[in-house]
Ligand binder design. Structure first.
Ligand code: HEM
Length: 482
C-alpha cells in the first residue's frame, strides 16, 4: 500500500514537472522536479547571471522557481515594455511576502489593484504636501548633513551603515515629525534588523525560504529574519501611531501620520482601505525603501572616489571653482556643478542598489517578446542589464562620469538611465533620493577628501547580495580640505 502511494506521488511530481512550462513559455535554465531551476540559479547576486542568460536565451528568460512560473526581462527594450504595460503592474501573491504585512496584501510596495492605487496616490500627494522631494526640504536635509559632517571630520570610519540614520531622519521628519539621535539605541537596533532583513534573500524569489515559506517552522533559528524585522518594525510604528492618535488635532495635522489618521477617521464605517495595519505597512514600505537605498548609494559613491582619485580631484576642482569651500550648499547649486551630478549618476549606473526591481506579476494571460506569459507569472525586470547595456552605453564596465556630460558641459538626460524604474510603479522617493544624494555627497566632497587608510586592501566594486545591494564593508579616512 505504502509503495503504491509512494509511486503515485512520484508519478504526480514528475507529471506536474513535465507540464509546468506551458507551450511557448520563454526559454531559460533547466528545471528539476519540486525545486524547479533553483539548483541552476546563482546563490546570490542573481543580477550578475542575467547578462549570461540574455546571451543564451534572449530578451526574456523563463524561470521555474519551485512550482511557480517566473520570467525575467533582461533586454532594455523588453524591460521598459514590462514597466510601461498596465497588465504587468501587479505584485506576486506570496505567503513569504505577506508575512511582513499581517498576512494581508496591503500598503504600497507589495499591494496591487485599487488598494495599491488608493494608498500610493494618498501617500505621494500628502508626502509632497509636507515637502517630499521639494526644495523646501533642503533645510531638513542640511541639518542632517551638518551633523554628519561634524561626526566624520578627520576620522577613519566604516562606510557600511554610516549614512542610514541621517537619511532615515530626513524621511521620518515628514512621516512622523521626529528625528533620532544617531546614537539612539532603539533606532540603531531597528537599522540592524533592517540590514539583516535586506541581506537575507534575493529579489527574484529564488531561494528555498521564499519558495517554501513553511521552512521557517522547521529551521526557526536560521530563517526568520524577515519575521523578526517585520514584527519589530510594525510594533515600532504602532507605538508612534498610537502617540499621534492621542495628541491628534484634526485642524492642525503635523505630519503624514496625522493626515492618514484624519483620513481614516473620516472614512470610519465605510468600505475603506485606510486602517491602522495598512498605515503600519505604508510606514514600513517607506522606512525600509528610504533607509538603505540612499545610504548605500552614498557608500558606493565613496567607494568610487577612493578607487578613482582622478575623478575625486575633478569633483573637488569643480566644487572649488563653481561653489567654493565655505559656501552653504543648496539645491540651486546643482546647475553650477553638472560634473558632480554626473558622478552621482555614474555611481548609480555602475552599481545601482536595486539591480532587479521589486517583482511584478502578469494580471492576465499575455505575450512578451513573442512568448506566452500566463496569468500570475512573476515578472522580474533587470535594471542591471539596462544600466549595463553595451549597445547603449558602449563601455558600460568603465566608470566614466563624462558620459553624462554633453559637448557644452551640460548634464545629459538619458532615457535608458532608469535606476528608479519607469511607469506607474516608478519609485515615489526618486526626487527625495536625488536631492539627498546631491546635498550629502557634494557637502562631503566640499569639506573632505576621502582615502583608504594606509595598508588597507583595495575594496571591491562587487556588491553584497540581498534584496537590494550594498557595498562590501570598507573603511575610509575623511581628511579636512584646508
Ligand atoms: C537611490 C535611491 C533609490 C533607488 C535607486 C530606488 C529605486 C526603486 C526601484 C527600482 C523601485 C521598484 C520599481 C518597480 O517595482 O518597478 C522602487 C520602488 C519604491 N521605492 Fe524607491 N528607490 C530609492 C529610494 C527611495 C526612497 C528614499 C523612498 C522613500 C520615499 C522610496 C520608496 C519606494 C517605494 C514606496 C516603492 C514601491 C512603489 C510601488 O510599488 O508603487 N525609494 N524604488
Amino acid at each position: 500500500m505504502f509503495l503504491l502511494i509512494f509511486t503515485v506521488l512520484i508519478l504526480y511530481v514528475v507529471y506536474s514537472w513535465l507540464k509546468i512550462r506551458p507551450a511557448n513559455f520563454p526559454p531559460g535554465p533547466p528545471t528539476v522536479p519540486i525545486l524547479g531551476a533553483l539548483p541552476f540559479m546563482p546563490k546570490e547576486n542573481v543580477h550578475y547571471a542575467m547578462e549570461k542568460w540574455r546571451k543564451q536565451y534572449g530578451g526574456v528568460v523563463g524561470l521555474v522557481l519551485g512550482t511557480k512560473l517566473s520570467c525575467a526581462a533582461v533586454e532594455t527594450k523588453v524591460a521598459k515594455e514590462v514597466l510601461k504595460r498596465d497588465e504587468f503592474q501587479a505584485r506576486p501573491i506570496s505567503k513569504f511576502i505577506t508575512e511582513r504585512s499581517f498576512d494581508r496584501r496591503i500598503g504600497i510596495m507589495f499591494a496591487d489593484g485599487e488598494e495599491w492605487q488608493e494608498q500610493r496616490r494618498f501617500a505621494v500627494h500628502h508626502l509632497k504636501d509636507f515637502g517630499l522631494g521639494k526644495s523646501s526640504m533642503e533645510g531638513i536635509i542640511m541639518e542632517e548633513v551638518t551633523e554628519l559632517l561634524e561626526e566624520i571630520k578627520d576620522k577613519t570610519l566604516q562606510v557600511s551603515g554610516l549614512f542610514n540614520i541621517s537619511t532615515v531622519n530626513v524621511l521620518w521628519g515628514i512621516i512622523a515629525g521626529t528625528r533620532y539621535k544617531h546614537s539612539d539605541p532603539k533606532l540603531q537596533k531597528l537599522m540592524q534588523l533592517l540590514t539583516a532583513f535586506f541581506r537575507s534573500g534575493n529579489p527574484t524569489g529564488g531561494n528555498l525560504r521564499m519558495i517554501f515559506p513553511f521552512l521557517k517552522y522547521i529551521f526557526p533559528n536560521y530563517m526568520n529574519e524577515i519575521q523578526i524585522a517585520s514584527e519589530q518594525l510594525n510594533n515600532f510604528f504602532l507605538e508612534i501611531i498610537n502617540e499621534h492618535a492621542q495628541s491628534l488635532d484634526e485642524n492642525n495635522p503635523r505630519d503624514f501620520i496625522d493626515v492618514y489618521l484624519i483620513e481614516m477617521n473620516s472614512k470610519k464605517g465605510s468600505n475603506t482601505t485606510f486602517d491602522v495595519q495598512t498605515l503600519q505597512v505604508v510606514c514600513s514600505d517607506l522606512f525600509s525603501a528610504g533607509s538603505e537605498s540612499v545610504g548605500n548609494t552614498l557608500g558606493f559613491a565613496l567607494l568610487y572616489m577612493v578607487l578613482y582619485p582622478e575623478v575625486q580631484e575633478k569633483v573637488h576642482a569643480t566644487i572649488d571653482e563653481n561653489i567654493g569651500r565655505n559656501h552653504k550648499l543648496s539645491l540651486q547649486d546643482k546647475v553650477q556643478v553638472p560634473y558632480v551630478e554626473a558622478v552621482i549618476l555614474e555611481v548609480m549606473r555602475c552599481n545601482t542598489i536595486a539591480p532587479i526591481t521589486v517583482p511584478h506579476r502578469a494580471m492576465k494571460d499575455t505575450t512578451l517578446n513573442g512568448y506566452f506569459i500566463p496569468k500570475n507569472t512573476t515578472v522580474l525586470v533587470s535594471l542591471w542589464n539596462v544600466l549595463q547595456d553595451k549597445e547603449h552605453w558602449g563601455d558600460p564596465c568603465n566608470f566614466r562620469p563624462s558620459r553624462f556630460i554633453d559637448e557644452n558641459g551640460k548634464l545629459v538626460k538619458d532615457n535608458t538611465f532608469i535606476p528608479f524604474g519607469l511607469g506607474k510603479r516608478l519609485c515615489p522617493g526618486e526626487a527625495l533620493a536625488r536631492n539627498n544624494l546631491f546635498l550629502f555627497f557634494t557637502s562631503i566632497m566640499q569639506k573632505y577628501s576621502v582615502h583608504l587608510p594606509p595598508g588597507h586592501p583595495t575594496p571591491s566594486t562587487l556588491s553584497l547580495p540581498g534584496f537590494t545591494t550594498a557595498p562590501k564593508p570598507f573603511e575610509v579616512t575623511f581628511k579636512s580640505r584646508k
